[in-house]
Unconditional design. Structure first.
Length: 300
């Protein structure tokens, strides 16, 4: 029997876990019905289409994190200002539904006023990590389309910065002049390490070095795998240089895609910094489980 649903609703994906009260996963489902594909009145039908058969006869609590709580999502879940603990069920937005068996709660994101920054979804992964590591003090890095560097102290999100490194890589490799050169899908560890070192030592000529990738492809037959790897290294290296105040001398934990986290771990390792790698999906689920446990406490 499904006691509640854990939902991670991103821009491009929908993931649902059918859960027992004890936190056991009964089944996991997912599709591409992300926030970016739905109108506001399309969220409830999308959830029912994917997981409606998992509902019982009574009300089923549904705990949602991610972009479903954005201004363009199912219902806007207001940001909580940092410094703060990762916001939980007490800050969630309850969403009215047509289906009487649903009781939907969307967790809020976190905002920072100076410098202006926001996160939505990552705070639940952070909550999950802290549930498993309650004494952690240091920095959590969440590599992705918009990579986050988050300073954690005494269980709070103290401050954070977002870097559009992943989005820049996608745009440059797929839509810029570099798409003709960086079309490989392999990986060259040496080229990556060299590009990281180059970018970190001098970020002022990044734009010129990016165009050199194209020129070397034309003049020196730079291999497409090396070109793509160099592009990644230059962008991540520039990010690490800017994020140095966050990671220098800190205990760093990585939450994200395994392949991308390995690249960040290798880059930070070259700076003499050991890092802890975690499973992103598990952190999301642990954060949602913590929210459900708090919900049960308030209803008992």
């Amino acid at each position: 029997m499904t006691d509640w649903l854990a939902v991670d609703w991103g821009t491009s994906h929908l993931r649902v876990w059918a859960m027992t009260q004890s936190g056991t996963v009964q089944t996991r489902r997912g599709n591409d019905a992300g926030m970016g594909t739905l109108s506001r009145d399309g969220f409830e039908p999308a959830l029912l289409d994917l997981a409606g058969d998992l509902l019982g006869t009574g009300k089923t609590p549904v705990i949602v994190c991610g972009m479903a709580g954005s201004r363009q999502g199912w219902a806007e879940a207001k940001y909580v200002a940092a410094p703060c603990t990762p916001p939980g069920i007490d800050r969630a937005t309850h969403v009215p539904t047509r289906e009487p068996r649903l009781s939907v709660h969307i967790l809020p994101g976190v905002k920072q006023t100076n410098p202006a920054d926001v996160m939505r979804g990552e705070e639940t992964q952070i909550a999950g990590f802290l549930a498993l590591n309650p004494k952690f003090d240091g920095v959590i890095c969440l590599p992705g389309t918009h990579t986050k560097w988050v300073h954690i102290s005494a269980g709070e999100i103290v401050s954070f910065r977002t870097f559009m490194t992943g989005e820049m890589f996608a745009l440059l490799s797929q839509q810029s002049v570099l798409r003709h050169t960086a079309s490989g899908d392999g990986w060259d560890a040496t080229a990556f390490a060299d590009a990281i070192s180059t970018a970190m030592s001098n970020t002022s000529d990044l734009a010129a070095r990016l165009f050199s990738i194209r020129a070397e492809g034309l003049l020196n037959n730079l291999h497409a795998d090396q070109a793509r790897t160099r592009l990644s290294g230059l962008l991540i290296g520039a990010e690490l240089a800017a994020a140095r105040p966050y990671w220098l001398g800190q205990h760093v934990a990585l939450i994200g895609d395994d392949k991308l986290c390995k690249a960040y771990a290798d880059a930070l390792g070259a700076q003499g910094l050991p890092v802890e790698r975690t499973d992103a999906e598990r952190m999301t689920l642990e954060g949602l489980k913590a929210a459900y446990a708090a919900l049960r406490e308030t209803t008992q």
